[in-house]
Design a protein around this ligand. Structure first.
Ligand code: NAD
Ligand code: AKB
Length: 312
């Protein structure tokens, strides 16, 4: 493996905080730089930079000064928060990505390669996408500002690859389940909050209805998918918009049942709110056969391991 210098933007977030640890484990702390709008990264002893990804000059200066060869760009406003501040969501989600793609294009013209990872989401699909085993290619008509920004971002990634040769790679993440850092304002967040209530012996108020099935993935699997994609050779990457990947699918009622099998006193009440409409427009399960075929993806963590891990 060649010596990479890796920048993680949005390092304080749910994914960033664990991705930094995984990258340090693989490459060593000296090869990783954590960056976020807010200070406070409290993981490994890596260099931390306060960075607003919307400031293209600061982004360029950091990438050049650190000799960065790979960027994981995770700064975004997620689905539920995005509906409260749609213009901010559009601004951050689009212009942060554009700044980075433009920088990668400029560096490439100067003879420097910058490999970019940017995550899309199941939110890029919409009510007219097939909801079961949603294919890689189908109608995509997202209804949330977050989803609209993800679909537009996918098109930008493909455009910068086709037109300029930028080595950008992307996954359509489902809801990611982890227990270390709280999630940042999404529709799938109920599936993390439920475990906190269960541990505290509280009745859990679920903001989605009991039969709202959504695709999910354990953080460990999500990180494995992300690193496998970034470590694959360029020839293996046949899709430059974004790859479907998934772990498992379940509804709140199925998750509650799995928790009750371990904590029999656990109770749940269903009080759907405005997030229900977002969830109803998303797939229930995903077909990730292209990721499996192209770069060997396979989820490993099923329901039992996931629930045991979250409760532990
Ligand atoms: P998060 O909200 O937990 O973290 C985002 C981080 O970005 C925060 O630490 C925030 O401080 C930082 N940030 C915000 N504005 C910034 C700016 N202008 N400059 C620099 N940093 C800024 O999000 P997450 O859950 O870790 O998601 C990361 C990415 O993965 C996002 O693109 C998200 O859309 C995508 N994604 C996440 C999930 C999931 O379930 N967590 C699912 C699908 C896709
Ligand atoms: C959200 O719910 O907004 C995210 C996502 C699936 O993109 N977790």
């Amino acid at each position: 493996m060649k010596a990479e210098k890796i920048l993680v933007i949005g390092a304080n977030g749910q994914i960033g905080s664990e991705l930094v640890e995984a990258l340090v484990h693989r490459h060593g702390a000296a090869r990783v730089v954590a960056a976020d709008l807010h200070t406070g990264f409290c993981g490994s002893e890596v260099a931390f930079a306060k960075l607003d990804v919307l400031d293209s000059k600061a982004l360029r200066a950091l990438v050049v000064a650190e000799g960065v060869t790979q960027v994981y760009h995770l700064a975004a406003i997620l689905s539920a928060t995005g509906e409260k501040v749609p213009l901010q969501a559009w601004n951050l989600n689009m212009n942060g990505l554009l700044n980075l793609l433009e920088l990668a294009r400029e560096l490439l013209a100067e003879g420097r390669l910058l490999r970019v990872f940017w995550p899309s989401s199941i939110a890029a699909f919409g009510p007219n996408s097939p909801r079961l085993n949603t294919p890689q290619y189908c109608v995509m008509d997202p209804t949330s500002m977050y989803g609209i920004s993800k679909l537009a971002g996918e098109r930008l990634c493909e455009y910068y690859h086709q037109k300029y040769g930028v080595d950008v790679r992307s996954l359509r993440y489902p809801g990611i389940l982890s227990s270390k850092t709280p999630p940042g304002g999404g529709t799938t967040d109920y599936a993390i909050a439920i475990f906190l209530s269960a541990k505290k012996r509280e009745v859990f108020e679920c903001f989605l209805s009991q039969d709202t099935t959504l695709p999910m993935i354990a953080m460990e699997d999500a990180l494995r998918a992300t690193l496998s994609l970034m470590e694959a050779s360029p020839e293996q990457i046949k899709i430059r918009s974004s790859y479907n990947v998934t772990g498992l699918s379940f509804s709140p009622a199925e998750l509650a049942l799995a928790i009750r099998q371990r904590l029999p006193a656990f109770q749940i009440r269903y009080v759907p709110d405005e997030r229900q409409a977002i969830a109803d427009s998303w797939p229930q399960s995903l077909d990730d056969s292209r990721a499996r075929a192209d770069w060997g993806w396979k989820a490993l963590i099923g329901m039992d391991q996931l629930v045991d891990g979250m409760l532990a």
